[in-house]
Design a protein around this ligand. Structure first.
Ligand code: HMG
Length: 388
């Protein structure tokens, strides 16, 4: 039985920072961000969006009534959880009006947990072939102001509907993975921002890639020539490019590098979305590359701390008929650009537990679901009434 990704939903908040403006404000040559990191814009959340509402919006973009009836597993993968006890999945379950006989859970392992969720969902469908599983990967990547990680921030969510006979890609069975106990990136419970040992995190990302990629090739007896494209976890697009260069070069495999550029087009405009970053790259590839039924795509998932996994998917017949490229491009092209002053003010705002009600401001947030505020320490979400 073929099991894989039937639909991909994507949601980015309505605000962004142009990295040329950020470079200018920080007195840095813009080419460091545009060429050195390979990023051009980063998505920023208004006060009315958080990891829960971003994820609900990504799912809302793809789910039909039939899907809602068939879903019996909901996994919310995030490292930007809004509560240490109540699962974000149960908020989302309510917002999406899913049936009550659904298993739901929130999962964490830095940027890796969505891949664990995808593999868990695949195993679930193998046992329950008439059902569907909804995997949501949603994050706000925030490092704070005036540091070298600042241009690698971002925000957004990916929704993956996992089913049998998938319309987009089938997930193959061979997967290679590893865990190492390292402190390359972390977010202490007392901190509003992630902390990172930047160059060490790059090193661990690349060393882990080589290890799981080689293990995958040994396990499958495949070679690099078996891949039409390789998508990598994309905290910023340059690192994936440099990582691919560790295993080949542009003269030997021009198509792999060309497809890598297409696979990072969305990521360069959204920034790091942690758990969803690999799947945003897969979406970017599917929407832009010239792929054929049966093509194999390699996927490298990395989550600091660290877990890495290399696996592969096979492109489904007529996959291109089941994408929403124009809608996704329209969403990014119609965002509101923030001045650096507006961005800094937004990033420094904190929620301290006192009651607050947000009025969704149409210009800053045009999403269907939004975070409405806090009342008596309870988080409240709402739907926009005049949504088109
Ligand atoms: P940095 O140290 O300020 O940058 O921060 P740099 O000095 O290394 O420069 C970056 C690149 O720009 C270099 O290219 C420079 O040469 C180039 P490279 O040598 O690497 O090819 N450069 C220029 N190019 C053109 N024109 C110029 C110019 N100037 C310099 N004028 C760093 C970079 C990535 C370390 C920082 O942004 C950071 O700490 N980011 C956050 C950490 C991160 O993204 N790590 C990635 C791997 S870990 C991971 O992916 C997990 C993660 O997603 C979290 C999770 O799992 O949850 C982060």
């Amino acid at each position: 039985m073929k099991i894989g990704i039937d639909k991909i939903g994507f949601f980015a908040p309505n605000l962004y920072v142009d990295l040329k403006d950020l470079a200018e404000a920080r007195g840095i040559d813009p080419n460091k961000f545009l060429i050195g990191l390979g990023q051009s814009e980063m998505a920023i959340c208004p006060e009315t969006q958080d990891s829960v509402s971003l994820a609900a919006n990504a799912a809302y973009n793809i789910l039909t009534e039939e899907d809602i009836n068939d879903i019996d597993l909901l996994i919310f993968a995030t490292e930007s959880g809004v509560d240490l006890s109540k699962s974000g999945a149960s908020f989302i379950h309510g917002l999406l009006n899913l049936k009550s006989n659904v298993r739901s859970i929130e999962m964490k392992h830095a940027c890796y947990s969505a891949t664990f969720a995808v593999q868990t969902a695949k195993a679930h469908i193998a046992l329950n072939p008439t059902k569907k599983a909804l995997v949501l990967a949603s994050d706000l990547a925030i490092y704070g102001l005036n540091n070298s990680a600042e241009p690698t921030q971002g925000a957004g969510a990916i929704a993956l509907l996992i089913s049998k006979n998938p319309k987009l890609v089938e997930i193959e069975d061979d997967s290679a993975f590893l865990t190492t106990d390292v402190l390359d990136f972390w977010k202490p419970i007392y901190s509003d921002v992630a902390l990172v040992d930047g160059h060490f995190s790059n090193q661990k990302y690349q060393e882990s890639f080589i290890e799981v990629y080689q293990a995958y090739l040994e396990k499958t007896n495949r070679t690099i020539n078996d891949f039409k494209a390789i998508c990598l976890h994309t905290p910023y697009s340059k690192i994936g490019y440099k990582t691919l260069k560790m295993i080949t070069n542009e003269d030997a495999h021009p198509e792999l590098f060309n497809n890598y550029q297409l696979a990072t087009t969305l990521n360069r405009r959204v920034g790091n979305i942690y758990t969803g970053a690999l799947y945003l790259s897969l979406l970017s590839l599917l929407e832009r590359a010239n792929l054929k039924y049966g093509d194999r795509i390699g996927l490298y998932s990395y989550g600091s701390g660290a877990v890495a996994e290399f696996f592969s998917v096979i492109v489904s017949k007529d996959y291109e008929k089941h994408l929403n490229k124009d809608k996704n491009d329209h969403m990014l092209n119609n965002r509101m650009k923030l001045s650096i002053k507006e961005y800094e003010e937004l990033l420094l705002k904190k929620i301290d537990g006192t009651d607050i009600t947000f009025n969704q401001m149409d210009k800053k947030d045009n999403a269907y679901f939004y975070f409405k505020g806090i009342s008596n320490h309870q988080r409240l979400y709402a739907k926009k009434h005049n949504f088109e």
